[in-house]
Design a protein around this ligand. Sequence first.
Ligand SMILES: *Cc1c(COP(=O)(O)O)cnc(C)c1O
Length: 392
Amino acid sequence: MYSINPANRIQALPPYVFARLDELKTRAREQGLDLIDLGMGNPDGATPKPVVEAAINALQDATNHGYPPFEGTASFRKAITDWYFRRYSVKLDPNGEALPLLGSKEGLTHLALAYINPGDLVLAPNPAYPAHFRGPLIAGGKVHSILLKPENDWIIDLADIPDSVAERAKIFYFNYPSNPTGATAPRKFFEDIVAFAKKYEILLVHDLCYAELAFDGYQPTSLLEIPGGKDIGVEFHTMSKTYNMAGWRIGFVVGNSNIIQGLRTLKTNLDYGVFSALQLAAKTALQLPDEYLYQVQERYRQRRDFLIQGLGELGWNVRKTLATMYLWVPSPPGVGSTDFALSVLQKTGVVVTPGNAFGSGGEGYVRISLIAECDRLDEALHRFEQAGIYYQ
Ligand SMILES: *Cc1c(COP(=O)(O)O)cnc(C)c1O
């Protein structure tokens, strides 16, 4: 017998904390437990009807059945740049400054493969969305984690990055509004990070997946609205969250055409892009009236307020997040993230994600997704109370 091991790049990946949780979830389900799963970043609603209808119509049209163009359909790229102008007053060229993706996770990871040589240095916050550091690790890069701190409202402190590190860094991944912390960064931070990237010649990768899931009048900032942002950066967007299209696998990247060209060249060798029918559906989503957006925002805002209020009654003091579909909640003093998440699951059947799944900097916190209606959130809070789960 001989054994064939996966490549070093796979073996070098840190273990997924989600794996143990998944096992326990499966076992709990087998025992017939009524799970309330607030663990994933998977929106619970249906894709909007006009989008589904556009997809059905597109499916009936044989011209959509072949390989799509590598660079995406012209009509979807145009819809992307129109949407960008409408939201941010930023003018982009649909030829070269916008590229459809098989979900933004695909693009975020492949961008690292397109730009990172073994040993190259990548800056990423900790905690972070896993693709921001796992992509660079798969590419053989070294990740310099920037530890985020609650006293800094989970905003990256650029002064924490030593000169010698900044000089070697090639890519800087960041994400506001943030998954998992729910933090938002002021426009001043965006100006600072653009100046930082220019000074050290670093490619900026901003993940703006929560561009539209914002509340209380807050409008998330685009890297491309910042003067000079497009010279050195790209921005990733997804259709998954706002439009409940997580299973459809479609997103896009916009920004500097030279940077996008590198990713496109890699992808030309890997895939054929998104099914044309889905690009038509996504175009319809980007063109939905703002009324749809307000309804989605209102739904998440209500859940946010409901859960913050209920957790408050159990001793948690959780600040109102201005965006995303997450609450970032401390585990009780002296209890680790994983232990807390596991005990919550065992005692109540409520699934939350341990913060350390997003890197060591998430230790001491859990992420709760607002992906259930208020009556289910209410049930979750009742179970907490009954099981004696308080912040104390
Ligand atoms: C959900 C999420 C993504 C993934 O989006 P897809 O387009 O579904 O791949 C990427 N980045 C962040 C920060 C996310 O929360």
